[in-house]
Design a protein around this ligand. Structure first.
Ligand code: PMP
Length: 448
């Protein structure tokens, strides 16, 4: 195996088809906002490896912290003893928690495992079975996580039976209610809370319901921030019935939406909060945080995992938390976010493009643009789809593909025609402008 082309073909032959990729080639290097492929191709990365490398690729302080830890101890197994980076990380995360009650941590490897842990905890602590999730939610690919995932059928096609006892309500996302994008959040909130009350009286009684799990910003379901009133409404229902509220900040956390965690906006108190992705900037690490009063009720040994809370990942995460504070990351998010939104709104206001653009939304640097398509799911019933417009399915992927051809990695999301922008949180003004220009140019070429 020598030439890059051969290596790529080797991968196509020997790596399972179950994995899909958005770009051709073999990635060998990443630095800041750019990645390089083995053939020398250099790409501006607006995907951050799906919202993970929030501080850019190979952040020097994070990589150095991991390298140093490798020379001390790599695998200080969490059921054998505490290890220092694990405890230092908790020290650093505590002041960033969106609610002071969140004071008891457990680290795992992936977001999916954190979801599994949270469901397990909720069932054990309440003695109840059922879990309520949201339409469009994505929580992962393991069995429990897959059962509460409702974003695309591809994740569970042919896999059933999944974990039983899962119910869902709509998310306050206008599409799910056949309402226009301009619908006030209060209207969407009322509709969803009404559906929750119906569900609790018709399908899963509160005394059988262990938890409600929610992504405070719907991610793989379309990049939709939940209104504060909706999160508050969920909290009230949980308080009323002793149901646990699990907030999945796996994608929205760690500065992605302009705060350490999205729910800082609403200040609601989660019973369990989940984090991963940006937590260690690419090293496998996830966290489940709850309150001591609850976790004290768990049987010792009921939680664990061979690699859970790996020392190198924890050391990297400590460096992430330090860099966040030292490098004023959140200030950069605000500035770059304004530029990104301004550029997308300019496209929406452009006479030749306006008819193709349904919505621009998001928060911080978790931003999406949605295109109209006459072939979107339910388009025939959806008043949001402009009448008489004929745009074939896949406009979002065609635009993303065009961006990739022009040197920028970009992802789509959801069953709708949505392109999502998740650049590094420390991206420069120059690279943000470059990304916006590539996107605008690609869109014009695709619709012309
Ligand atoms: N929850 C959310 C909100 C996510 O976005 C993801 C990953 N996209 C997961 C859970 C699952 O995380 P992982 O892929 O690390 O298992």
């Amino acid at each position: 195996i020598s030439s890059p082309e051969v290596l790529n073909d080797f991968g196509k032959h020997h790596v399972t088809k179950g994995l899909a990729r958005i770009s051709e080639g073999v990635m060998v290097k990443g630095s800041g906002s750019y990645v390089e492929y083995v053939d020398g191709k250099r790409m501006l990365d607006f995907t951050c490896g799906i919202g993970v490398t929030n501080l850019g690729h190979s952040h020097p302080k994070v990589s150095q912290a991991a390298a140093d830890q490798c020379m001390n101890i790599v695998h200080a197994q969490c059921s054998i003893a505490f290890h220092e980076p694990y405890l230092r990380l908790i020290e650093k995360l505590l002041p960033a928690m969106p609610h002071p009650s969140l004071d008891s941590f457990f680290f795992w490897n992936s977001g999916s495992e954190a979801v599994e842990g949270a469901i397990k905890m909720a069932r054990v602590l309440t003695g109840r079975q059922n879990v309520i999730t949201m339409q469009g939610a994505y929580h992962g690919r393991t069995f429990g996580a897959m059962a509460v995932t409702k974003s695309k059928t591809v994740y569970s096609d042919g896999v059933a039976p999944l974990m039983p006892g899962v119910f869902s309500i709509p998310y306050p996302f206008w599409h799910q209610h056949r309402l226009p994008p301009s619908t006030p959040p209060s209207v969407l909130t009322e509709e969803c809370l009404y559906q929750l009350h119906l569900l609790l009286s018709q399908q899963t009684s509160p005394k059988d319901t262990a938890a409600i799990i929610i992504e405070p910003v719907l991610g793989e379901g379309g990049y939709v921030p939940a209104p504060k009133e909706f999160l508050e409404g969920l909290r009230a229902v949980c308080d009323q019935h002793g149901i646990l509220l699990i907030v999945d900040e796996v994608q929205s956390g760690f500065g992605r939406t302009g705060n350490w965690f999205f729910i800082e906006e609403s200040r609601i108190r989660p019973d369990i909060m989940l984090m991963a992705k940006g937590l260690a900037n690419g090293f496998p690490l996830s966290g489940v945080v709850s309150r001591k009063e609850l976790t004290d009720k768990l049987a010792p040994g009921s939680m664990g995992g061979t690699y859970a809370g790996n020392a190198v990942s924890c050391a990297a995460a400590c460096a992430v938390a330090d860099a966040f504070r030292e490098e004023n990351i959140l200030v950069n998010v605000q500035a770059r976010s304004q530029e990104l939104f301004a550029s997308l709104y300019a496209l929406k206001d452009d006479q030749t493009l306006a008819q193709y653009i349904l919505d621009v939304r998001g928060r911080g640097l978790m931003v999406a643009i949605e295109f109209a398509s006459s072939e979107a799911p339910g388009a025939a019933f959806d008043p949001a789809t402009p009448k008489g417009l004929t745009v074939k399915k896949g406009i979002a992927s065609r635009v993303a593909k065009k961006c990739i051809e022009k040197g920028m990695l970009l992802l789509t999301t959801s069953v709708y025609e949505v392109v999502r922008f998740i650049p590094p949180l420390n991206i420069s003004q120059e690279d943000m402008k470059k990304g916006c220009d590539i996107f605008a140019e690609s869109l014009r070429e695709v619709v012309k």
